[in-house]
Design a protein around this ligand. Sequence first.
Ligand SMILES: [Zn+2]
Length: 858
Amino acid sequence: MTVILAFLTLGVAQSQTHLTSPDDFFGFRLGSDRKMARWDKLVDYYRLLEKEGGGRLKYIDMGPTTMGNPFLLVIVSSPANLTNLERLRQVNSRISDPRGLSEPDARKLVSEGKAVVCQSMSLHATEIGGAQMAPELAYDLLSRQDEETKQILDNVILLLVPSFNPDGLNMVADWYAKNLGTEYEGGDLPWLYHKYAGHDNNRDAFQLNLPESRYMAKILFTDWTPQAYIDHHHMGSYGARIYVPPYAEPVRPNADPLVWRELSWYGAHIACKEEEAGMSGVLNMAQYSGWGHFGFHWVTPFHNITGMLTESASAKVATPIFIHPDQLRGGARGLPVYEEQTTFPNPWPGGWWRLRDIVDRQKIAAWALLDQAARNRETVLWNAYLKARRQTERGAEGKPAVYVVSANQHDPLTAVKMVNTLVLQGVEVKQAPKAFITAAGVSYPAGSFVISLEQPNMGLIRYLLGRTFYPDNDWTRSKDGSPIRPYDMATDTMCEFMGVRVDPVDQPVAAASLKLTAAAPAAGKVERGSAGFVLDGRLNDSFRAVNLLLDQSASIRRVDRPSGGLRTGDFLVASAPDSTVADIAKQTGVDFRPLATPMNEGTHELKRLRTGMYQRYRGGNIDEGWTRLVLEQFAFPYTTLLDTEVKKGALNDKYDVIILPDDSTFMLTGDKADDRRDEGRGGTRWREEPYPPEYRSGFGKEGVEALKTFAEKGGTLVTLGRSTDFAIDKLELPVRNVVANRPAREFFCPGSTLRTRFDNTNPLAYGMPAEGLVLFFYSPAFEILPNDFNERYEVIATYADRDLLQSGWLVGGDELAKKPAMVAARYGQGKVILIGFRTQHRAQTHGTYKLLFNALMR
Ligand SMILES: [Zn+2]
């Protein structure tokens, strides 16, 4: 019997075409010391596996990344499943949105369907383990002949994203190769490892600014709704060796409880399999709290997908690191000391730590997740059905019943952008063809959008559109009562960030009957008046239209005093060719309304300023990257300004405005004496200077002098977030940050929306509403100190008098009331603008973009 079985197995093996192993293909064992495969080679390998894989691997090019590399989805399953893939996808979709599906029919689909598991690799490109591990995972699935493997292929559809950030993978591989054998071997990349987002690329899962995010949203939220999703990362080097699910406290409510149970269930299987294989240092239910940012692995629970991550201790990229036993430490959430505990029963003893150790542990985790889903296919699918059904029922029973996005908005085009982003996330949005009145008697115009909570991802909708309060309890306070920093922000209320009014309504709205199946179009109307056109200054997209017009040398005026239906901040276009206007109206969605009579009084000729965008090295500045993206999205031309040029001076020759993104004074100047903040990344390694000299940026004293001169001679220095500290300190402005050095127990505000008044008669706030929300993220707030020249200081935005918090978490906060949030100071012949809050945060806070845009025009 044994002999026959062995023969049969051999027969199957022989019927396959030759399968090239990763060792043979790459010429080294993946994860070997000082070796790293580039993306082009990895892509070639998956293409080869599709050819050689006997119908068990499907290679899909989702499209180009930000920098033009292919973004891949690799699907692995049995040949029968891959042949039948479209049918299985439909079964999966129906289970994930079972509205109108009877329970017996659901049972039938569960018995027919396959468990769908998505795994993504190396989103953070320096965390290279996942992308280097995945080829072996794929090869093992295709080459192993045992029952366990067969069970996985028969029961599971693996959606493998071999690199979430191919651009970054190549940057890291090239930088690593360049420095191999030098004192900088294994050191950090001096710039962002994503062109715009750097490490923030996983904070883009709800705003979907980046092409990589849009591909993932298509995979996870519209084409498929996997039952489980895991994202493989690295963490610091001195604690546990690998973190596996579930998350630690606090948890974010409003997901189906089965999600959190499944996190523990998968996590326990992964941890068991790691111990079975003799892997030490495995930690679960710690470090990463259930309430994190709304990145992909943290937002998926609200799509009824069990969203998880692994985090491996880092080596120095592919270079081993030695760690002494006494250097190992706990201290993180859920691991107070580096000792045995139920969630950490087998501490790693220290010694050499290599990339291969990471690859081994990650591969076991990746495999165990597939194994657990395969062993429990029907449970996994039935739970998916239950999660979606129960969330829909909760939405139907709860309040509000719907969120209404009125067509009547301060900036309706931004509202359409928000709605379209919801659609990309798989949220069902309906539009009312006619005006309607709610049961409570509130009327809405035709074209208003209605988002019902009676749908599977109601939890997601609540967080993106509803007021959110971060928990304030024992999980979020330390023993002395100090608030513990949330993992990221305390709210992710997209509508508040975007300045879009969304009304919670307690009764369903029947009038909304048109279901949006694709993005709502927003083509602008064109009607020429005898004196040209008017563009609404309240629309962010009017700035884009104006920039496109200026690119065509159009002459544009701006309204300073309202008259004859014109508002302060509106743009007047005297002449522009019909074809240009039609094209720009189509591209931007902005209406070109008729202007009857030429207006010179109360208006001024608009001048677009020459903008320098300061960029540093030392790992790059994420806020700089996002700012660049926002400028490009709205067609603002800019020039990147590096230290060498800042130091040279004579900046007025080339620039009218210089933007300093959010940064500490130390990182701007590079002067150690300025290092009043802790810039260390706790838990990671320490090095005197990980960068070669040319990348140890900081513009130093010469740069400070050059920027002072620039402002004195008529330039405008725009400082964002913490770089306002730099301006106050180095340019000696009589302004004080009223929340500087306040103990967290007395004042604490992590990523929250605060009510603010805007002086929209000031050109810097043209087009803004009189009141709105700003995003406060450990931001400064100001007080202008009494001085002999108070008239030189203008307050553009002021925190509300009381009840500041809209969403998030605010401890204390009385000191903010009535305080300036944005100040413009005359400085010599020029100006220094201090914007304390996050005016363009992660290309998400559309509601305050105009405050930056106005500074780039005059
Ligand atoms: Zn990471």
